[in-house]
Ligand binder design. Structure first.
Ligand SMILES: [Zn+2]
Length: 303
């Protein structure tokens, strides 16, 4: 195995290296509206309903799909990475590193897993940015999994009639009222995100996004400019499992590659733990910029 393939073993998901879990509760302190779209509301008295799921006992309850959370966090992480002068793609059609057929040639020749990692590390034939490596891209699986968030306690749905704003003039559109459904502030939702084979600095940029969410800088759902979508974190537990060593990770999450550092888990304060992860992200930036400038050739930081 080459040096790069060994150092960046986490790139692939062919084998479990380690898993880190953030698990807790989120509470909306502002109205929360994760929408189901107009089509879903055809037979409802409201124009815009919240997305709901039917439970085993036939009840219809609001929830936050993991796919929505993943989208919110990916676009925020991309912004943070660009602020840090990393050249990452937007991860949307027309602005993505991969089309989906890039690894077919390798697979056709039954290339070994090591050569696949080697290819990504040396960015051949085309570079893959850190955001795609973390969140996935056509033909490349994601290292991050956001679970669906469900109400853990009670919740109340609210309804409000709003005036549509003309985007051109910035004034109220005549005769354009619409009604929205939302979850009233104070509802508690489960929250769980898993990082599979991901170094601490990559977890760190998500941790920084979570801290921003907690402070109201990153909001969830729709109508953000009308004061919706601030959610706060409560009782976050951070733990992991190292599959190579066959051991639980509780007090410390070890570094995973040459750019990474160990992160201390502070059991009494999830806020401190998230800050420690965010520091791992900040600490890796200089090296990450070098990798980014080389066209995401990761072996460039090994010399
Ligand atoms: Zn990309």
């Amino acid at each position: 195995m080459s040096v790069a393939a060994k150092a960046f073993e986490w790139f692939g998901l062919h084998k479990l290296v380690r898993r880190v879990v953030f698990e807790g509760t989120i509470t909306n302190i502002e109205p929360l509206r994760v929408g189901a779209g107009r089509a879903a509301a055809t037979f409802e008295p409201v124009d815009l309903v919240v997305v709901k799921i039917t439970t085993a006992d036939g009840k219809s309850i609001p929830y936050i799909p993991g796919s929505s959370l993943k989208g919110v966090f990916r676009s925020y992480v991309v912004k943070l990475m660009r602020s840090a002068e990393l050249a990452v793609c937007g991860g949307v059609p027309g602005d993505t590193c991969l089309k989906g057929d890039e690894f077919e040639e390798l697979e056709k020749h039954r290339a070994s897993y090591e050569s696949l990692v080697e290819n990504i590390a040396n960015a051949l034939p085309k570079p893959i940015c850190l955001a795609c490596l973390m969140f996935g891209s056509p033909g490349l699986a994601s290292h991050i999994r956001f679970y669906d968030s469900y109400p853990t306690d009670g919740y109340r749905l609210g309804y409000r009639t709003m005036v549509a704003i003309d985007r051109r003039t910035g004034t109220a559109k005549p005769r354009a009222l619409f009604s929205v459904e939302y979850v009233e502030p104070g509802a508690k939702f489960s929250f769980r995100v898993e990082f599979v084979n991901l170094p601490n600095y990559a977890i760190g940029v998500v941790a920084e996004s979570l801290l921003d969410m907690h402070m109201g800088l990153l909001k969830i759902g729709g109508l953000k400019t009308r004061g919706f979508g601030w959610v706060k974190i409560e009782n976050l537990k951070v733990y992991g499992y190292d599959y190579r060593g066959g051991a639980e990770l509780k007090d410390s999450i070890p570094a995973l590659d040459p750019l990474d550092v160990d992160v201390k888990v502070v059991e009494s304060s999830w806020l401190e733990t998230l800050k420690n992860f965010a520091n791992a992200w900040r600490g890796a930036l200089q090296k990450l910029r070098k990798v980014s400038e080389s066209g995401w050739r990761w072996s460039s930081c090994l010399v």
